[in-house]
Design a binder for this molecule. Structure first.
Ligand SMILES: [Zn+2]
Length: 364
């Protein structure tokens, strides 16, 4: 399969292709409905394809669609893996290859980054003791700019106003105010939720059953929208100087692995998937990396998110302005460029193959 052909036109098609190809390649499938339906009334579920030991000593995991619409890309990578190296791989007796399709199926089906409750899932996985409350002061000040309570307008002054904010406060301050996550504006961008999402509840049931006695999991959670066009960053919610980041850098290449630092992708976001996964299976060394593939410049991506969120809450579904907002969203998170699609799928397949080779390393 050509990398470009691995992209599907919608969630329903992506899901059907994933399930058919996984079954054909001898993976065991399970489905986990989230209790929502898609645009054609179709059931939405997280689908899991599993090859190898039921209680593995080691596992390699690739997940897609934590941010809904980013599942066009993640699903394409999973299809390319099933059609290619993971579909034909010999898995050691005590190991497993696991593909998790559409962690946020609602967002994928409806071309949103968030789920059915406007929740950004990568702000929803709070750790023991953290609460679903609070918002940075900077976010409160920018609420009117980020989340205007009106339908999309013909003329948008967002980019100049955002640029002015950057000049005034600096880009780091803007990012820390916005992208860190907030729990006070349920219709706003980067809302982390009022409680655990359905996706989180499902994963909380599945994780201990899968990996309670596993020695090590290497997990790539696939994303788009941050970084330079067509390039990849592997972000880990760990201190840059930790053993974990060192091991990942040795395994995946020092240039591409980024731990927590002030200018890093994950700093200082609460509620990201990786640390939460580790908390579910404390006896396992759970190495989860957020694999970010760049599309457009960051303010363009933010503008796309803002327009789509505004159309969703205040626009008329199907109107010209709402459709334009959806098209802008797709351009920001699933670019149609053939060369981009080829480049990012190829890179992601190579990373997944590196994750798979860790199954063969001698025991620690
Ligand atoms: Zn994402």
């Amino acid at each position: 399969m050509h990398a470009v052909d691995a992209f599907s036109p919608d969630y329903a098609t992506a899901r059907r292709r994933f399930r058919e190809l996984a079954a054909e390649r001898g993976f065991v499938l399970s489905e986990h409905p989230v209790g929502q339906v898609g645009p054609a009334g179709e059931e939405l579920s997280i689908d899991v394809a599993w090859k190898g030991a039921a209680a593995p000593r080691r596992a390699a995991v690739v997940s897609s669609g934590t941010h809904g619409v980013e599942g066009y890309f993640g699903g394409a990578v999973q299809l390319a893996l099933l059609d290619g190296p993971w579909g034909s791989a010999e898995v050691p007796d005590d190991c497993a290859l696991v593909l998790i399709h559409a962690i946020n199926p609602y967002g994928f089906a409806w071309n949103r980054r968030v789920n059915e409750d406007n929740v950004d899932l990568n702000r929803n996985f709070l750790l023991e003791g953290q609460t679903f409350s609070g918002a940075p002061d900077g976010y409160r000040r920018l609420d009117g700019l980020l989340n205007p309570p009106s339908p999309p307008a013909g003329f948008e002054a967002f980019l100049p106003r955002a640029a002015w904010q950057i000049l005034r406060t600096g880009f780091g301050a803007l990012k820390a105010a916005i992208a860190v996550g907030q729990y006070e504006f349920p219709q706003g961008l980067f809302f982390g939720g009022a409680g655990p999402s359905r996706s989180q509840e499902l994963l909380a049931e599945l994780l201990p059953a899968w990996f309670a006695s596993t020695e090590r999991v290497v997990h790539l959670d696939l994303h788009t929208g941050m970084g330079a066009w067509g390039t990849c960053t592997l972000a880990v919610a760990e201190d840059e100087s930790s053993d974990r980041v060192r091991w990942l850098a040795e395994t995946f290449g020092a240039d591409s692995v980024q731990g927590l630092s002030e200018d890093g992708v994950l700093y200082p976001i609460r509620g990201v998937l990786g640390a939460w996964l580790q908390e579910q299976v404390p006896a396992c060394e759970y190495q989860c990396m957020l694999a970010e593939f760049g599309t457009q410049p960051v303010l363009r991506v933010l503008q796309a998110l803002r327009g789509e969120n505004r159309a969703h809450h205040h626009g008329v579904a199907g109107s010209a302005s709402s459709q334009r907002a959806k098209q802008t969203m797709l351009a920001a998170f699933a670019p149609g460029s053939t060369s981009w699609r080829q480049a990012v799928v190829d890179q992601a397949v190579r990373l997944a193959e590196t994750a798979r080779t860790t199954l063969h390393e001698p025991a620690q």
